[in-house]
Write a protein that binds this ligand. Structure first.
Ligand code: FEO
Length: 172
């Protein structure tokens, strides 16, 4: 059975992951309307990943005998100045999420919940990757500046991203 503090932190993270999905859907819609179909695809896949992250935490809660609480998912921003600004916000958002995940790891350790600590370590590692990827895209977008041809070449690269369920092996 999960301790209340751990269950609360995990439930809040389910909401946070679903907010992330909602945020990336809004960004994807902006990118689509701005003509960056590749970035729209990348952000849509990102939204799918976030839903998988949230659902996996929900399954952990249920698997440990806890009833999740479903928090409110706030409305995300949906207008941006540029595609570069979108990726600035992706990076800033992932940095915030890293802080939330680290907090859960600290709570799990404090409560002596090694199963949750072990579970959340996947997310700790995932956040390193999430920040690195967002940072790399942002650097490229910054380097090309206003060069439309190069910007569209980055967009084409982002268009190749395909969703794969990060937990397929564990949920099959
Ligand atoms: Fe669920 Fe983008 O981390």
């Amino acid at each position: 059975m999960l301790k209340k503090t751990v269950a609360k932190a995990l439930s809040e993270q389910v909401t946070a992951e679903y907010y992330s999905a909602y945020l990336y859907l809004a960004m994807s819609a902006y990118a689509d309307r701005a003509g960056f179909k590749g970035a729209a695809n990348w952000l849509y896949v990102q939204a799918q990943e976030e839903m998988a992250h949230g659902t996996h935490i929900l399954q952990h809660l249920l698997g440990r005998g806890a009833m999740p609480t479903f928090g409110e998912i706030k409305s995300p921003p949906s207008s941006f100045k540029s595609i570069r600004e979108v990726f600035e916000k992706v990076l800033a958002h992932e940095q915030t999420v890293t802080g939330l995940i680290d907090k859960i790891a600290s709570i799990a350790l404090r409560e002596g919940d090694h199963a949750t600590y072990n579970f959340i370590m996947w997310y700790v590692n995932e956040q390193v990757e999430e920040e690195a990827t967002a940072s790399e895209i942002l650097s490229k977008a910054t380097l090309v500046g206003e060069n439309t041809a190069l910007l569209y070449s980055i967009d084409a690269e982002l268009g190749t991203r395909v969703f794969t369920d990060p937990f397929a092996a564990t949920t099959a």
